[in-house]
Design a protein around this ligand. Structure first.
Ligand code: GAL
Length: 447
């Protein structure tokens, strides 16, 4: 099993191997550092708007009710360090960064970076932004802010290249949650225990269906949400060891167990709401709250929506690990880097300090649904869900999400989205497996 300790080893090996391979095979980054506009000379003051007030541009896809409320707390923490700075909240809506990442890439390639932006550790940060030459190291901040003592080493490792650290985490989401409307389950005599198997899920879903209630809430106007339902289902069927094997090439995407994961995912689709493709992930969670569907497999940013709607843990809504995934924690960690040539470098550094601060993390995470990345956060400031997730993080197998950029290169992530899109239409497991086998080869995940 992959515990917190060996996540570091496994993923760093994966990343080292991947970089070695991509050095020969991957397409060149869209803009090489040498082609980017020259950095201002060290002595040159950062551009300041008229009136002397400074600015800070933060780019993210945090636009849902819960996400925006949580982001505001980080802005408030930052304002304590930089009271006179005007914050430019540059958001591009679309969960999982599905729309934002393209917009960001265009800006970076065009030499127009925001000061800082939302990143996931692993491939997304290291493969896209560090390799692309778009970010500056912040290793010194780890020393001056004493983050080396409080940030989990395995996660910092996923933001480190050649001894330099390139990001600071705001929080760590657990991606493999199954949320439910507790009142509707109670009304239908369905009890969810501490864990749930896929069979138990299907029994509950059949009971709901027979009562005329849609069992599964999905909002995949951004296809990543369906890819996440697949990722979670696959983890539940093949378990964390085999799941890790997918990313180091030791398990093939047409392995019989992986195909079983695909079949199980196909079965889940029979229980989803008919309007899934018209809804965003948070609209699907809203439907769950209203009771027009009951379960949703979604990372714990969904918790932020429940909190934002003033609903109560274990009364209005409940959660359990996605069927079969108890004992595993699917990591979806959020962080921020410092742009190379940041237009407002001094403010960007204050932003990173706010993000990595104890105060910032204790204010942000209760609203966001993630747990603090810092290990010294005060647990009493967090409710039942967060304490449950903190326990899981401490004892369970930590596995990286492909859908949220950590486990595999962006090209594979895109190929997975495409394969899921096709599978929803044709339900053909062989085609699904073949597409992923081909994509894994193309991304040098497998030979
Ligand atoms: C993830 C991100 C989360 C949340 C989610 C839905 O990629 O890490 O913070 O924003 O997308 O938008």
């Amino acid at each position: 099993m992959f515990s917190r300790k060996n996540l570091l080893t496994v993923l760093s090996l994966l990343l080292v191997a991947a970089f070695a391979l991509t050095a020969c095979a991957a397409p060149a980054p869209q803009a090489q550092p040498a082609q980017a506009p020259a950095a201002p000379a060290a002595t040159e003051a950062p551009a300041k708007p008229a009136g002397g007030a400074d600015k800070l541009e933060v780019f993210s896809w945090w636009t849902s009710g819960g996400e925006a409320a949580a982001l505001d707390t980080l802005f408030a923490t930052f304002k304590k360090l930089s009271p006179n700075t005007e914050i430019i909240n540059a958001t591009v809506a679309g969960g999982g960064g599905s729309a934002a990442r393209g917009v960001l890439q265009t800006r970076l390639a065009g030499g127009d970076p925001p000061d800082t932006w939302q990143i996931h550790p692993g491939y997304e940060l290291l493969g896209q932004y560090v390799e692309g030459g778009y970010v500056a190291p912040i290793t010194d901040l780890y020393a001056s802010e004493k983050w080396n003592d409080v940030m989990p080493k395995g996660l910092v490792q996923l933001m480190t290249k050649d001894g330099e650290i390139y990001g600071v985490l705001a929080g760590v989401h657990r991606g493999n949650e199954l949320w439910y409307n507790k009142k509707v389950l109670d009304q239908n005599g369905i009890t969810v225990g501490a864990t749930m198997t896929p069979d138990e899920f299907f029994q509950a879903a059949d009971k709901l269906k027979a009562a005329g209630i849609t069992p599964l809430c999905v909002g995949d106007s951004g296809i990543w949400a369906s890819a996440q339902l697949f990722e979670n289902t696959l983890l539940g069927i093949i378990g964390p060891d085999k799941y890790m094997g997918l990313w180091n090439g030791s398990v093939a995407f047409d392995d019989p167990d992986v195909k079983k994961g695909m079949e199980t995912y196909g079965k889940m689709l029979e229980y989803q709401n008919a309007d899934h493709s018209a809804l965003s992930w948070d609209q699907a969670i809203k439907k769950l709250m209203e009771g027009s569907c009951v379960f949703s497999s979604m990372g714990d940013w969904a918790y932020g929506e429940f909190v934002n709607a003033k609903l109560k843990d274990n009364e209005d809504f409940g959660w359990v690990s996605h069927p079969g995934t108890a004992g595993a924690f699917m990591i979806v960690a959020d962080g921020f880097p410092l742009a190379k040539n940041a237009p407002h470098k001094e403010q960007a550094i204050n932003w990173l300090k706010a993000v990595g601060s104890k105060e910032g993390q204790e204010a942000f995470n209760p609203l966001k649904g993630s747990i603090p990345a810092r290990t010294d956060a005060d647990r009493s400031k967090f409710g039942p869900y967060h304490n449950w997730s903190m326990d899981s993080f401490a004892k369970d197998s930590l596995v990286p999400s492909v859908v949220h950029g950590s486990a595999a290169p962006a090209a594979f992530q895109q190929a997975l989205n495409d394969a899921v899109t096709s599978f929803i239409v044709d339900k053909n497991v062989d085609n699904f497996a073949k597409a992923l086998v081909t994509a894994a080869k193309a991304s040098n995940i497998s030979k």
